[in-house]
Each structure stands twice: as structure tokens, then as C-alpha cells.
Design a protein around this ligand. Structure first.
Ligand code: THG
Length: 371
């Protein structure tokens, strides 16, 4: 059997950093928001070790921004999410589930408040721009909506503060988690946020100038040689260990935010107006989620890629499906996320995971995983 390749074309959009990523020898790509996203540079295990001990620069240009600006911008943003956006201040990033009128998950972006009347929705992998434009048109809102030419560049790992400070100055150290500052590099002002899709700490620079962005990319590598800076990308093992969910993998439009463990970002009592309010209230009145995303640890010293959901059973009964999986060297076991039915969701419940290599015994775990 041969392994098919995933062909690139104009539709699999490149980022300004793609030539650098390829010069660094990227070994695998996936497609995210119709754009290229690296998946591995050395091996997933080596990338993981390095991410957890040093610092990496990630081309996450695929984290597209949907810019919403104008007199009705704040109203539209609030209409799109059950999270209370009243409390979000300029300079803040807010993780915010987006739901439709049935309470179904549309996306789970980070929303940046740039001004009272200007936001970036930093999206996961679904076409939020079309939903937002449809709402604005249908409701006659006074807003401008488009995907700006912005490509986030993430600096992640325990040495991220040191590397970022060398390029942007010591001010970066004062940026709090999920806040951003506007900092200069080569005379250009960049949005620099303390955020990123790993649990190792770091920043995301929202690059809105391709040419200066490339100079920034090169400065990070030149300035970080002694820190062993390397190119990287979201790492499957690290993000499962850290409990970071991936839209399209661990949750889809088939799920509501309660099933995704996003209850704390649903402020149903805040008196805010959002699409899907009745549906979420009804779900809550019916007892909330009947299934939820849990961690699962299961036997094995290697783990195939979870490219389709794997059935999970408990006591011989269907108990859900596993959606992401990897072997964790640091935990010494296979780990994954699974959508687990109520009867089996108690941490500690014994389950069987039907992997492509056969059934593996496992256990439901709270998230984040406890070691
Ligand atoms: N950065 C940016 N855009 C993004 C992502 C990102 N868009 C797509 C995707 N990632 C969105 N999903 C997530 C999921 C989790 C987090 C960020 C983006 C995250 N959550 C914090 C945590 O789990 O510790 C908590 C957030 C909070 O408490 O507010 O970091 O990575 N630009």
C-alpha cells in the first residue's frame, strides 16, 4: 500500500513564511482554514521534547482573522457568542465559543478587542467569515467584515520570554496571559499577545506586513541561536497532554458548548443578547450535557494516528468515541480525548478503546490530565 500525498495548490493558501518553513525542512503539512499548517519538522516526539524544553517559532498564519469593525461591531460579536463580552477590555484576548441558533458549535476562536468598534476573531478551522457576513447582511448591521492580510507567528516554549524580549524589548515580559500590547520592530507596530496553542507559554505576533514579518522571522532565528530556537508547529502529543481541543477533531457542529466543557464561557445569566440563547437555555433546563469531552489514558507504547473516530465501550456498552490520540513519553502511556456518554464519564471509569490495532484497555480521566 502506498501513502497518498496531500497535494498543494492555490486553494491550499501559503503564508509569507512558507518558503522559510520549507527551507527548514518541514516534513508534513495539514490544511487549516484552507491554508497550509506544518505538522512535523523532525519527528513528532523530537519536536515535543524540544517544545517542552527550549523555544520554537511557529508559522500559524492559518489562524485567520475575521475583522469586524464599525458602529455595530460590538453588537455582532456579542450576537455570535454566549460569552459575556461586556467585560472584555481593549487589549484583551477572549476565548469564546461561537454557536448557531440551535446552540451548535460554529467555531472556538480567540477574540481580540482592538478598539471599542474593532475586533479580530482569530478563528479555528471553519468559515466564520461567511456566517458573520450572512448575519450582518440579514440583520442590516452597520459593520465591515473581511479577512485581513494578517498571519500570526507564535513563539512557544519555556524560553519564549527570553527570545521575544531580545527582539521586541523587555516590555514583553509585562504582558499578562491573554492580553496584548502593540510593540515596534523595524519601525512597524505589531500586536503581540501572550497566548498560543501550547501549554509551554509564549507569545503570538499578529504579522500584518509580510516583508517586515520575514525580517522578524529571521531576527528570531538569528537572535535565538544560543537558545536552540527551532521551527515548530502545534504538537499533537503536547496539546493532548495540555488539554487543548481542536475544532473539527474533538468537537464539531454536531456538538454544543456544554459537551465541549465550555460551560464557563457561556454566560446565560448575564442578560446579554446572542444567537442560540433559547437553545442553550433549553439544553440547560433538560439537565445540560448528556456527553462530554474527557481525557482517556489507554495501554500501549505507541499509538496510530486517529484519523477517524474510534469507538469506546464500557461494560460492553457503547460509551462514546475517541477523537485524538498519541503516545505520551512523559506520561508513559497512550492518551487521547473522547466524547463520553454520561453513564461512563466519571473519571476512573474503565473503558475499551477500539483502535485500528485492536481493543486497548483504558480509563476515563478528568482534564487536564493528572499525572
Ligand atoms: N491562537 C490564536 N488563534 C487561534 C488559536 C490560537 N485560533 C484557533 C484556535 N487556536 C482556537 N482554539 C483555542 C483553544 C484554546 C486556547 C486558545 C485557542 C487557549 N485556551 C486557554 C487554556 O486552555 O489554557 C484558556 C483560555 C482562557 O482561559 O481564556 O489557549 O491558539 N491566535
Amino acid at each position: 500500500m502506498t501513502t497518498p500525498i496531500l497535494a498543494a495548490s492555490r486553494r491550499t493558501r501559503r503564508t509569507p513564511f512558507s518558503p522559510r518553513v520549507e527551507a527548514h525542512g518541514v516534513k508534513g503539512y495539514t490544511v487549516y482554514n484552507h491554508m497550509l499548517l506544518a505538522t512535523v519538522f523532525n519527528t513528532v516526539e523530537e519536536d515535543y521534547r524540544h517544545l517542552k524544553s527550549r523555544v520554537q517559532v511557529w508559522d500559524v498564519g492559518c489562524e485567520r482573522q475575521v475583522e469586524v469593525s464599525g458602529p455595530d461591531a460590538a453588537r455582532l460579536i456579542q450576537l455570535m457568542t454566549p460569552r459575556n463580552m461586556d467585560r472584555v477590555v481593549i487589549g484583551q484576548c477572549a476565548y469564546a465559543p461561537l454557536v448557531d441558533e440551535t446552540g451548535a458549535m460554529i467555531n472556538d476562536p480567540v477574540v481580540l478587542k482592538l478598539a471599542e468598534d474593532r475586533f479580530w476573531i482569530s478563528i479555528a478551522d471553519s468559515d466564520v467569515v461567511l456566517w458573520a457576513k450572512g448575519l450582518a447582511y440579514g440583520m442590516g448591521l452597520s459593520v465591515e467584515i473581511f479577512e485581513p492580510a494578517v498571519w500570526p507567528l507564535a513563539i512557544q516554549g519555556p524560553l519564549a520570554d527570553d527570545l521575544t524580549a531580545r527582539v521586541f524589548g523587555e516590555e514583553v515580559r509585562a504582558i499578562r496571559f491573554f492580553r496584548f500590547a502593540e510593540l515596534e520592530f523595524h519601525g512597524h507596530s505589531f500586536v503581540v499577545a501572550r497566548s498560543g496553542w501550547s501549554k509551554q507559554g509564549g507569545f503570538e505576533v499578529y504579522v500584518d506586513d509580510a516583508e517586515i514579518g520575514l525580517a522578524l522571522y529571521d531576527a528570531l532565528f538569528a537572535g535565538g541561536e544560543d537558545l536552540d530556537v527551532r521551527p515548530g508547529c502545534p504538537n499533537l502529543i503536547e496539546r493532548i497532554e495540555g488539554g487543548l481541543f481542536s475544532y473539527g477533531n474533538d468537537m464539531t457542529i454536531e456538538n454544543n458548548p456544554f459537551e465541549c466543557g465550555l460551560d464557563k464561557f457561556c454566560n446565560l445569566d448575564a442578560g446579554i443578547e446572542f444567537i442560540g440563547r433559547e437553545a442553550l437555555q433549553q439544553l440547560q433546563a433538560q439537565g445540560g450535557a448528556q456527553r462530554v469531552i474527557r481525557g482517556v489514558t489507554f495501554e500501549g507504547d505507541n499509538c496510530p494516528a486517529c484519523v477517524e473516530a474510534w469507538p469506546v465501550t464500557s461494560g460492553g456498552q457503547h460509551a462514546g468515541h475517541l477523537t485524538s490520540a498519541a503516545h505520551s513519553p512523559d506520561f508513559g502511556t497512550n492518551i487521547g480525548f473522547a466524547m463520553i456518554e454520561r453513564f461512563a464519564w466519571e473519571p476512573g471509569t474503565e473503558v475499551t478503546v477500539e483502535t485500528p490495532l485492536g481493543p486497548h484497555t483504558g480509563r476515563v480521566s478528568a482534564l487536564p490530565f493528572e499525572r
